[in-house]
Each structure stands twice: as structure tokens, then as C-alpha cells.
Design a protein around this ligand. Structure first.
Ligand code: S3P
Length: 178
């Protein structure tokens, strides 16, 4: 029999622009948990921005830093963890998160994602001639991983508040059924 999971944290996964940071901050406030963002942790560990890590060290180094941060977080409790869009597209990271957190994936269509991120210029993976095509391609590759989350929440035509209410409900019922 597998070891019972101890859900003491809440992790938000999903593509860029699905609202992980804004939903995560609001959830942390409601639950009186601390909020952490894996990209912020990586930037402070590396002493440089995500864009600089990609440009100077390359994506594989960034992905190793993500794995390191995931391992560190497993010893913490009462956290809402917002993850970078590619973090959960790795079976090991996803499995690690599930040992201590309810993993909730925020979902949106490529077109909605592009509408939400097009005015922001800081994402290295979208610095390409056809960002919408890139979003479609990456989302299709990542979908099988995202779908292994405990809860999948469609954020299309839903306000941050509505998404937060829905996730809170799921988190409370996961606690109740432990
Ligand atoms: C990435 C998403 C970004 C950041 C990095 C790579 C990805 O995070 O981790 O630019 O691979 O999708 P957000 O999802 O917070 O934008």
C-alpha cells in the first residue's frame, strides 16, 4: 500500500498567464498561509532574473533550479506555492509536490493566455516571432502533465475571486476526506 498523502500545502500549477500568482496570493490570504512563488525563489537563489538565467545559463540550468526549489519546499507547511508554468511538466516535480500539497492546475485556452500575457515582455519562452503558436505547442506538450493534477480549474470567463472560491472549496474537502 502506498504511503498516505499529507496535504499541508496548496500548489498551483499551469501555463503562464493562467492566474497562478494573483489566485495564489488571494488564497494565501484566505487560508492564512504564506505565499511563495518558485520563480521568485529561483531568482533570489541565483541572484539574477529568470530572463538572465535563460540567456546566460540556458533553460536546462533553470529546470535544475526548479527541481532544487521543489525539493526544498517539501519540508514546509501552510504554504500556497505558485509554480512557474513549466515546473509541473516534469513527472518528478509533480510527484514531489503531491507528497505534501494539493496540486491544483489553472487552465485557459491558448488564445486567452496570449491575451493575458501579450503586454508583458519578461517571459523568455515567448520571445519568438509567433508567440501564439509557441503557446499552442507548449500547452499541447504539457497538457498530459497538467491533467495529472488533483484538481483542474478552467479560468476562462471566471474572475480571480470565483477561481479562489472554487479552489478553497476543493482544498477544504481534500482536508475533510483525509
Ligand atoms: C515558464 C514560465 C514562467 C517562468 C519561466 C518559464 C514556462 O513562469 O517560470 O519563464 O516554462 O512556462 P510563469 O508561469 O509564472 O509565467
Amino acid at each position: 500500500m502506498s504511503k498516505p498523502r499529507i496535504i499541508q500545502n496548496l500548489a498551483l500549477v499551469g501555463f503562464m498567464g493562467t492566474g497562478k500568482s494573483s489566485v495564489g496570493r488571494a488564497l494565501a490570504e484566505c487560508l492564512r498561509f504564506d505565499f511563495v512563488d518558485t520563480d521568485d525563489l529561483i531568482e533570489s537563489r541565483a541572484g539574477k532574473s529568470i530572463a538572465d538565467i535563460f540567456a546566460q545559463n540556458g533553460e536546462p540550468v533553470f529546470r535544475d533550479l526548479e527541481k532544487m526549489v521543489v525539493a526544498e519546499l517539501s519540508t514546509h507547511t501552510r504554504l500556497v506555492i505558485s509554480t512557474g508554468g513549466g515546473l509541473a511538466a516534469n513527472a518528478e516535480n509533480l510527484a514531489h509536490l503531491k507528497t505534501h500539497a494539493l496540486v491544483v492546475c489553472l487552465w485557459a485556452s491558448p488564445e486567452t493566455i496570449w491575451e493575458r500575457v501579450r503586454m508583458q515582455g519578461h517571459r523568455p519562452l515567448l520571445k519568438t516571432p509567433d508567440p501564439l503558436a509557441k503557446i499552442r505547442e507548449l500547452l499541447a506538450l504539457r497538457e498530459p502533465f497538467y491533467k495529472q493534477s488533483d484538481v483542474l480549474v478552467n479560468t476562462e470567463r471566471r474572475s480571480v475571486k470565483e477561481v479562489v472560491q472554487h479552489v478553497l472549496h476543493q482544498f477544504h474537502s481534500a482536508h475533510a476526506h483525509r
